[in-house]
Design a protein around this ligand. Structure first.
Ligand SMILES: [Zn+2]
Length: 414
């Protein structure tokens, strides 16, 4: 027994989708018929589209929404975020992450890449909510805590490996300015040995680049490469200040760069990832929201418009990225590591159905509408691994999820 979706539209055709009991797409097409015992939903002509992949976030930071203080990155981290994070309990992270999952399900994201404290609490929330996440504990060894960093990394990976197939354990060194050379080298080796993906913030501010040149004699991507850190398992979040030589190196190593245009604009870091140059170099590019502390939304579909427009604006060229290409960035299909799910038999049954009556999508080409006119509000139904997580825009228990997160935020004084 599985799920059968009837009366959807895909590529201009009327189609059905049948999902098997193992959560994969068994059939997709005009002739799909439900089998005895299937859960059947008639979606009334809704567009079937692949889901979005949020390539960089800190899910539980929903608790910090609205408390950013309109500050630059370092004062924001040092004055607002880190003192409160020092008091975080697992229950805070769990409640914040549940809220984040609900927001992502509502706006069409079914997989996200997370870096946050108490990663088991996030993993528990993700499993319960039914979406997918690659999760890593932030690794920081400022002040010489190399041993503690290693213990924390190994402990978190071991804990995350106990979860089911929705969770992918990852390593998440915070940044080159918060992790020592020695630890970055060790993390690169561990990633290779255990085939673990690694996410790190890189080249978010110009100061980070200048500091790297002053301390190590080279730009950030070259510094990481010298430590054996860059590979096809690496995700570099931000990449605002990467230059042409760094992009060529990143492409050669097969690493992925995730653009976070809204967080970059809110923290006013002075630019955005140079996408046309990254693509010309052959870099895999994805899209992320970053945390709700610095965005403040987790609606990746809304951020997709910002991605496309900031690229056009920065290049003074409306052809810098077109709608179809921007869509491939948001669905993760440009970057194999991010884990996009194609709509085809045998693939995981992760997909979206858009509101058939969404006014933004009633006229014109669908992809252009999704990129330039829509937000996550056009998502009607979200399915992950053949399970319906949202139907008719409703998520079961959402009021309680919001109330519990708000209670924990108050408890933290936010
Ligand atoms: Zn981040």
């Amino acid at each position: 027994m599985g799920l059968t979706v009837e009366n959807a539209r895909f590529g201009g055709e009327a189609v059905g989708v049948r999902c098997d009991e193992d959560g994969a797409i068994a059939a997709l097409g005009a002739e799909v018929a439900a089998q005895t015992g299937d859960e059947v939903i008639d979606v009334g002509g809704a567009h079937l589209v692949p889901p979005l992949v949020n390539g960089h976030t800190h899910a539980a930071m929903t608790l910090f929404r609205g408390s950013g203080g309109d500050l630059p990155l370092m004062p924001w981290l040092e004055e607002k975020i880190w003192p409160i994070e020092a008091k975080l309990e697992a229950e805070d992270v769990y409640r914040g992450a549940r809220l984040a999952c609900a927001e992502m399900i509502r706006s069409g994201t079914t997989r996200f890449w997370d870096m946050y404290w108490q990663p088991e609490a996030t993993a528990r929330a993700v499993e319960e909510m039914g979406i997918r996440a690659a999760i890593g504990a932030p690794l920081i060894d400022l002040g010489g805590y190399h041993e503690q960093l290693r213990e924390a990394a190994l402990r978190s990976v071991e804990a995350l490996e106990q979860f089911g197939p929705l969770i992918t354990p990852a390593l998440a060194p915070h940044a080159i300015y918060t992790v020592s050379e020695e630890s970055l080298r060790w993390i690169g080796e561990l990633s290779a040995e255990r085939d673990l993906p690694v996410q790190i913030h890189l080249s978010e501010t110009e100061k980070e680049v200048q500091d790297c040149i002053a301390a190590h004699g080279c730009r950030p991507a070259f510094y990481l490469d010298r430590l054996g850190f860059l590979s096809e398992r690496t995700i570099l979040a931000h990449g605002v200040w990467l230059d042409a030589e760094e992009l060529a190196l990143i492409a050669e190593r097969g690493a992925t760069v995730v653009a976070n245009p809204v967080a970059n604009m809110k923290l006013a870091v002075g630019g955005v990832l140079p996408y046309p140059a990254a693509r010309a170099a052959g870099v895999h590019v994805g899209l992320g929201t970053d945390g709700a502390g610095s965005n403040d939304s987790l609606d990746l579909l809304a951020d997709l418009k910002f991605f496309a427009l900031t690229q056009k604006h920065a290049a003074a060229d409306p052809t810098a990225v077109d709608a179809a290409e921007a869509w491939t960035v948001a669905t993760g299909t440009q970057a194999p590591l991010l884990g996009a799910t194609p709509l085809e038999p045998g693939a995981p049954a992760d997909f979206l159905l858009l509101r058939p009556d969404a006014p933004e999508l009633g006229i014109g080409e669908l992809t252009a509408g999704l990129v330039y006119a829509a937000s996550g509000a056009v998502v009607d139904t979200t399915v992950v691994a053949g399970k319906v997580l949202m139907r008719d825009g409703e998520i079961e228990g959402l009021d309680e999820i919001v109330a519990q997160a708000a209670k924990r935020a108050r408890h933290l004084g936010l």
